[in-house]
Design a protein around this ligand. Sequence first.
Ligand SMILES: [Zn+2]
Length: 332
Amino acid sequence: MSNRLKARTKLFEKFSNQLHLLKNEGIIDIELKYDETYICQICLKQFEKSDLISDKSKNFLTEEDSPPAKLNGSRIALTCYVCNSKAGHTIDHHLINRLKEIDDSKYYNGSNQRIRVEFEDTHVNSEITSQGDGILKVLHRIENNNPNTLEKFIYGLKNKSLGEILTFHPKKKKIENLKVDKALLKTNYIISFAKFGYLFLLDDYYNEIRKEITEPDSDTSGHLMVNNQFTSEQTGTYYICNYNVKSILNVFSLKTDYSETIIGALLPFPNMAPNELRRNLTSQGRKLPGEKVGVTIDTRTYDPKADLFSDIDEINKVLNWIKRTTTPLHRK
Ligand SMILES: [Zn+2]
C-alpha cells in the first residue's frame, strides 16, 4: 500500500468509526449504506472503503488540504474528488491570488512577479525580481513578447529615447471578493469537520453553508470572519461561550512564501442564523464615548485532547453543552 493510500485509509477509518458510533448511539438518524461509510462533508454522498482508490469513472475520496496546500495547509480530512477539484478551481484559487496580490504590492526581497511595462502606445510583458534595498531587476523574455515590440523597446532604452521613468502595472489576477469569502468559509467548515467530524455538521442547518461552497456564484449569508485580530500562537479551535453567541471559533493561518495572514472565523451551531450570530455579537459590544466597539469573547477551552471520534462520553459532553443555552462548558 502506498504511503498516500495509507494516509487516506487512516483518515477514512477515523471519520467512519465516528459516523457508525454516532449512528449506533442514536445521535444521528441517517441510513448508512456500507459497513464502513464515509460521508463527503461537502456533498453528503456516501462512500465505502474501496472508494479510496482513485477512479475517475465513478468519483472517489481524496485528501483535502485545509487551508489550501499552497497556503501551507495540511491534509486533515477527505472529500470526494468532484467536490475537491471543483472548489480548488472555482474558489480556492481566488484566495491564493488575493494573498499573492498583497505580497506583490510589498516587493519582498527575492520575490518575483509579472508586470506590463507601458511605453509609447504599447507595452512589453516582463518579470521583476526584488533584490531588496529598493532595487528591482527586470527581465523581458522574448517568448512572452512580440519580437518587434520588444526590439523597439530595447532600442528605446539603449538610446535613452524612452526617458528615465517607465510606468509598469502588475499583471491582473483573477480575483473575485465573493469567491475569496467562499474559500475562507470552506476552510472554516473543513477545519470544523476535522475537529468535530459528524457530531453536528450533518444537520440540515449546514446545507446553506454547503450550498455556498458548492455553488460559487450564490450569495453568501454574511459569515463572521476577521483578519488581523489574532496571532499565529493563537491558531486553533475554540468554543465561544458568550450568551447568545455560542459558536465555534477557528483561528487559522494562511502562509505564502513571504507572509502570514491569520484569520478568525466563527461557525454557528444549528438554529442560529449567521446574521443573527453577527447581530448578537455586535450588540454585546459596549460603545463608550471615544472607544471602539469591542466584544470580549469568552472562550473556554474544552479539553483539546478530548477524543471526539471514539469516546462517547466526551461526545455527549459537547453535544449537551451545545443544546443548553447558558451553561458554560466545564473548565479543564
Ligand atoms: Zn463531495
